[in-house]
Design a protein around this ligand. Sequence first.
Ligand code: GLU
Length: 436
Amino acid sequence: MDKVRVRFAPSPTGYLHIGGARTALYNYLFARHLNGTLVLRIEDTDHVRSTDESTKAIFESLNWLGITHDEGPYYQSERRDLYKQYAQKLLDEGKAVYQDDPAKGRAVVFKMPEGKSIRMDDLIHGVIKFESKFVGDIVLIKSDGFPTYNFACVIDDSEMGITHVIRGDDHISNTPKQIALYEALGKPVPKFAHIPLIMGEDGSRLSKRHGHTSVGEYKDLGYLPEAVFNFLSLLGWSPGDDTEIMTKDEIIKRFTIERVKDKSAQFNLKKLTWMNSHYIKHKPAEDLFGLAEPYLTKAGYDLSRFPKEKLVRLVDLYRERIKVVSEIAGITRFFFEDAVNYQPEAVDKFIKTTEGKAVLGAVQDELAKITKLEHEPLENLLRSIAESKGLKFQGVAQPLRVALTGSSVSPPIFETMELIGLEKVKGRIKEAIALK
Ligand code: GLU
């Protein structure tokens, strides 16, 4: 088989949405699996709605996801002469006509041959037939001189040697028009694969109502590109078994159009978030810190006060407790800010009790005797306090956690204490004992 050539052809009229990203991804996976070529084409012929800002945002999102192209970007707005030439050819052959509108001007319209049956053999949906009389004539060049989507798309797919058109189901109704144009131009018709749309959890088409729909929003929330990549790959495709977590290379290796489902996929935020925690857990500590840093800075924390290795350790300790990286800022607040943000329920439950205060008092007395926080002596010290009070270890650890971090959820208490440092630990215990 000749090398496959596919394209991703976004219209730059907004951000890259989950649906568009999945289309881009499936084209990418198809091309990489078969060692083919992915062309990037910007369909900016709607000059009113197309913006450079959208184009930039689309590039950024593709880049973030690691969806690389091999050719392009081509811009349809720069190829208008070509579309005009082809329109002229169809006019000359009598297959298209001018249509004058006194208000708008002159357009070029393709006359759909009558009584024809147009057959589309879709790689996902099988054969679909359309009667030409229901397809109707097709505007090729609008009165503003710009080509329509259907025309520019056919010219470009043909000129760019596209062998497979992989795109969303919402374009199925355009396909008979495009096939009719290929035939009129005497060009080979590419293969089509229409991917079923993505639905929200309520079964209706995924939209803003369902929450975040653009790739950029997920990036900003602290989703990792590998999680979104992995998640999107499974949104309509299956590797044939139950495998869910897969590396990019593994997905490329296993991806085939035959395994793209012909039923719509459901966007499941819980699953995406679960995958994200997985990738957070497995990220090297330094890299995870790199991802966390912007959120910490944005929260107003002065990172320059701490040695980097300490910050890396802090983030590392908390990786198990965050599902998206943006959560790192709130959960590490105790470390950066001098004033502890006590959670009232945690204080009531673990500190304001006779037992809580007694435990903290005992810890305070013991800490007064030491000059350094070291894991082992510290552990012995806390365990012996628990023993002397007839408590389980948690009976000591919980009041201490709340006193030090304000919350009853924190990573192992020893690491937390070491991170905070002895002097601050003492100060916070004193403050907690004084809570009324
Ligand atoms: N510009 C079209 C879109 O964004 C491309 C459709 C196609 O892939 O043919 O929907």
